[in-house]
Design a protein around this ligand. Structure first.
Ligand code: URA
Length: 238
């Protein structure tokens, strides 16, 4: 890791590195039990690099490695930490991993395809925040053929029921009479289904193919998951 990476508060670093609560970490720092390099730092808000040489009670401490996973989400599972009625995608992970990660951009229960999970909040924010405009691409099967102006209307943005602003420009590619690829740069609630509903159509099946430059690994069967390589995780950082 290089020190040009995003800096973080010392109390947050200590808490993540040791399992202390943020409050306990702050107390340890104020009690002069934490060194950054050679310096005894007493300010919990001091910003440090994630790879800084930190000692707590004279023992070196460092951040645990981050977790980045891709999953082939099967239909029927919900994207939630827990659900009173349905199994969740987190049930597919070992319990200790499930407790650690969060879901990056939810998919509907019936949607299949690429789902990302991580314990890195900055990384998931980059992917989900509309400000960053990370592309998400879906294959959809439709109940009815599309009107000739559908792609233009997706490009111009649609007013969805109950919303105050138009959807951002989205790309619609026709693959067959009732099969399309849709690429969005935002992630509103049930967005793809609602965009087709706005055209008087209905989505019969929906599958996410890619997020940014990362495509679903074709070797992953529905329900399977694997860690991302460093290169893959980096693809979505920029
Ligand atoms: N849009 C939807 O309507 N559903 C999804 O699961 C993802 C995007």
């Amino acid at each position: 890791m290089s020190s040009s990476k995003q800096q973080m508060r010392l109390d947050r670093f200590l808490s993540r590195a040791t399992g202390l609560s943020r409050k306990q970490a702050g107390i340890e720092i104020r009690k002069r039990r934490v060194r950054v390099g050679e310096e005894l730092v007493r300010d919990p808000a001091r910003r440090i690099a994630p790879d800084a040489a930190v000692h707590w009670r004279d023992e070196p401490v460092s951040l645990p490695g981050r977790v980045y996973l891709m999953m082939h989400k099967p239909a029927g599972l919900v994207c939630a930490r827990r659900d009173p009625l349905h199994s969740t995608v987190l049930d597919l992970l070992p319990p200790e991993l499930a407790a650690r990660v969060h879901i990056v951009g939810r998919l509907d229960r019936d949607t299949t395809g690429l789902l990302l999970l991580t314990d890195d909040g900055e990384w998931s924010h980059r992917i989900t925040s509309p400000r960053h405009g990370c592309a998400k691409s879906y294959l959809a099967e439709l109940a009815d053929p599309l009107p000739p102006d559908a792609a233009r209307r997706f490009e111009e943005g649609l007013m969805l029921r109950g919303e105050k602003s138009r959807t951002r420009p989205a790309r619609l590619q026709r693959l067959a009479e009732r099969k399309v690829r849709v690429t969005l740069h935002e992630g509103r609630y049930h967005q793809v289904r609602r965009m087709f509903a706005a055209l008087g159509n209905r989505v019969l099946s929906l599958h996410r193919e890619s997020v940014g430059a990362l495509g679903l690994d074709p070797a992953l069967a529905p329900g399977a998951w694997r860690p991302l390589s460093e290169t893959e995780a980096r693809l979505l950082r920029h």
